[in-house]
Design a protein around this ligand. Structure first.
Ligand SMILES: [Zn+2]
Length: 245
């Protein structure tokens, strides 16, 4: 297939047929919310809830330090909470036998709705990718799967290379995480970002190699793709997950 068109291909048709290995599902648990009161600061709230300013910014799509009275902030969930229980159940036995992952690459699906099954069927039957779903994880937006739901694809379960970028080197060494949505048009939901935060934190701990977080366009170039779209908080992601090499 021509992988250059990948993110455009996803969801541009609804596939029929079945995927050999169905993705496993887990519903993200809530980390709770906090309503900003007069005199609050991001650093004060972070301290109060045992989190970081960066995590609060990331999970709420906030640039800088400006918050307003009455604003409802999503409190970050931390790795080890229920959100990750299924990811952990599947992944812990793989410690010591993981593929040599060096990249974690974030995508949007480029369409407003979907889930791992829909995209996986499309990749298998329409795009002709024999291993199905090109990503390792899909994070739902409440349309065809839960808001913040982390779906585990067969390629993670079987530790197969991804099919989510043009570069075969990065496909061979890159964990692909797709957030459902078209972030050229809308923002990711707070729960999607919280799920990404928790999943990313866990993967950093799980994978023994130094890893680099990237968004798709940083791998394949701005002229090639806008993925994951202008409303994805790329700068915050890099602050949250600095390069380790
Ligand atoms: Zn992409």
């Amino acid at each position: 297939m021509d992988r250059r068109r990948f993110c455009q291909l996803v969801g541009s048709g609804i596939a029929t047929g079945t995927l050999g290995l169905w993705p496993l599902r887990v519903l993200a648990s809530s980390g709770g919310t906090y309503t900003v009161r007069k005199g609050d600061t991001l650093s004060g709230i972070a301290k109060m809830y045992g989190t970081s300013v960066q995590a609060l910014r990331f999970d709420n799509g906030i640039q800088g330090d400006l918050i307003r009275v009455g604003q409802v902030l999503r409190l970050p969930t931390v790795a080890g909470d229920n959100m990750l229980s299924e990811v952990r159940r599947v992944s812990e036995p793989k410690r010591g036998g993981l593929r040599t992952w060096r990249y974690i690459v974030v995508h949007h699906s480029g369409v407003a709705t979907g889930n791992a099954e829909i995209y996986g069927n499309y990749h298998l039957n329409k795009v002709g990718m024999k291993n199905g779903l090109a990503y390792h994880f899909v994070i739902g937006n409440g349309t065809k799967s839960g808001d913040g739901e982390i779906e585990i694809g067969p390629r993670w379960d079987r530790q197969l290379n991804g099919g989510h970028v043009k570069s075969s080197k990065v496909n061979n060494q890159g964990v692909g995480i797709c957030l459902v949505g078209n972030f050229q048009n809308t923002r990711p939901t707070a729960r999607q970002l919280a799920a990404l935060n928790s999943l990313g934190t866990y993967l950093r701990e799980l994978i023994p190699n130094q890893t680099k977080f990237a968004v798709h366009r940083e791998i394949d170039g701005k002229n090639h793709t806008v993925c994951p779209g202008k409303y994805f908080p790329t700068a915050q992601m890099h602050k949250q997950f600095p390069d380790q090499w």
